[in-house]
Ligand binder design. Structure first.
Ligand SMILES: C=CC1=C(C)c2cc3[nH]c(cc4nc(cc5[nH]c(cc1n2)c(C)c5CCC(=O)O)C(CCC(=O)O)=C4C)c(C)c3C=C
Ligand SMILES: [Fe+2]
Ligand SMILES: [Fe+2]
Length: 377
């Protein structure tokens, strides 16, 4: 962990934790879906056509989505989860001698960037750290949030030196949190810990999917997801007494497909069925989410579990998201410190990309690490 700072050296630091947002009750489901599908980063059509498509899809999808949110009490737990992460990160950095305040900034439901920008301005920070809670960068998530923030902050007159992290697919704290959380389930699964017979275990590393055409445009998301998965499996192996990744049965897959386009694969549901045919028990790990919400609590815990029961891929274990795991929060703290160091080194001016040794191949032209100010770990 990166150690204690001098308060006077770092000043007041505002940290922005970007995430997608989720409806806070049944009435919010439709406007939330409208905001999502009306984002040019999600649907790349001209504004008027996009508005019409978003109106149509949100109207059609809302009743089905409302049923899923009803299974979690009517709304998404994403904001309370992110608030808990904000408090944990503040505590971690206060423990290193820093004066910090962290704000969740949501893209498609409250708190939106404009309200947060006003609050941040009133707090009068010396510097800002923009930190997407998406470890893997995509134009559909991190880029959308960061672009929106830049526009809103400019409108609010918030002119404060800012350092922006683009992504951290192999950040050591993130990887350790995943590996430790998986290891706990692995021991249960290998011994048939649910009372059933012990069976060979397959690890499904499941990420939110994306339309294939977004990847073809140079989005690094899938490549970064694969980077995360390889690092997680390498960190897991010694924790469960295996010699390395080749000594484990594991598979990367993609969930949550929506709409008629072709998405990247293999899909998580196809992999659950294949595990059944292969006589495997399953441990499913959400690798692109860092907190609980509808895609973990409903899709993974209910829908894919039912599929696993039908397919005979049992027992089925779902590993929790990193949430406020100390290794993950410590890793975020390290990212903040590293970002501030880069800002200091640049005299508060835009920071050059820092991709040495960790950057993605040049073919991923859309990765934000190609633009000044951004870097990834
Ligand atoms: C890695 C994170 C995410 C990526 C990439 C992503 C892309 C993406 N998502 C949709 C459509 C929907 N996503 C929905 C929910 C949702 N998505 C993410 C994360 C990523 N999305 C999260 C964290 C959540 C949960 C929010 C919550 O309310 O708890 C939904 C709404 C739920 C539903 O109706 O199924 C939609 C729709 C697209 C089209 C897309 C890429 C183009
Ligand atoms: Fe999504
Ligand atoms: Fe990159």
């Amino acid at each position: 962990m990166i150690q204690e700072r001098d308060k006077t050296e770092t000043g007041r630091i505002a940290i922005l934790l970007f995430n997608l947002g989720g409806p806070d009750g049944p009435d919010a489901v439709r406007p939330f879906l409208f905001n999502l599908f009306n984002d040019p980063a999600i649907i790349g059509a001209p504004a008027l056509i996009r508005w019409a498509i978003a109106t149509l899809i949100s109207r059609r999808r809302a009743p089905f989505a409302r049923q899923n949110y009803a299974l979690m009490g009517g709304g998404s737990p994403l904001l309370p989860e992110t608030q808990a992460q904000a408090r944990a990160l503040e505590a971690d950095l206060a423990g290193r001698g820093m004066i910090v305040k962290a704000w969740p900034v949501m893209r498609y439901w409250h708190p939106f960037a404009d309200r947060v920008a006003a609050e941040v301005k009133a707090w009068a920070p010396d510097r800002i750290v923009a930190l997407p809670l998406y470890p893997q960068y995509s134009t559909s998530t991190s880029a959308s949030s960061l672009k929106d923030w830049v526009k809103v902050a400019r409108r609010a007159g918030l002119d404060v030196p800012t350092t922006t992290l683009c992504c951290y697919p192999r950040q050591p704290g993130l990887i350790r949190a995943h590996a430790e959380l998986i290891a706990e389930r692995w021991r249960q699964a290998e011994t048939g810990g649910d009372g059933g017979p012990a069976r060979p275990v397959r690890l499904l590393l499941s990420a939110h999917g994306l339309p294939k055409k977004i990847i073809e445009r140079g989005d690094p998301y899938q490549w970064q997801v694969e980077q995360s998965c390889a690092a997680i499996v390498a960190a897991l192996a010694p924790l469960i007494g295996r010699s390395g990744p080749d000594d484990l049965d594991w598979q990367v897959c993609y969930q949550s497909r929506v709409g008629p386009l072709e998405w990247i694969g293999p899909s998580t549901d196809a992999e659950v069925e294949r595990a059944g045919r292969d006589g495997r028990a399953l441990i499913v790990v959400p690798v692109a989410f860092v907190s609980e919400h509808v895609e973990t609590l409903v899709e993974l815990d209910i829908e894919y579990r039912e599929l696993a029961e039908k397919a005979g891929a049992m027992p089925y274990y779902r590993v929790p998201t990193p949430s406020v795991h100390p290794a993950f929060i410590g890793g975020l703290g390290d990212l903040v410190v590293q970002g501030l160091d880069r800002l200091t080194a640049s005299g508060g001016r835009p920071v050059a990309p820092d991709v040495a040794g960790t950057g993605c191949p040049a073919s991923f032209s859309q990765c934000a690490c190609r633009a000044a100010r951004l870097s990834h770990a």
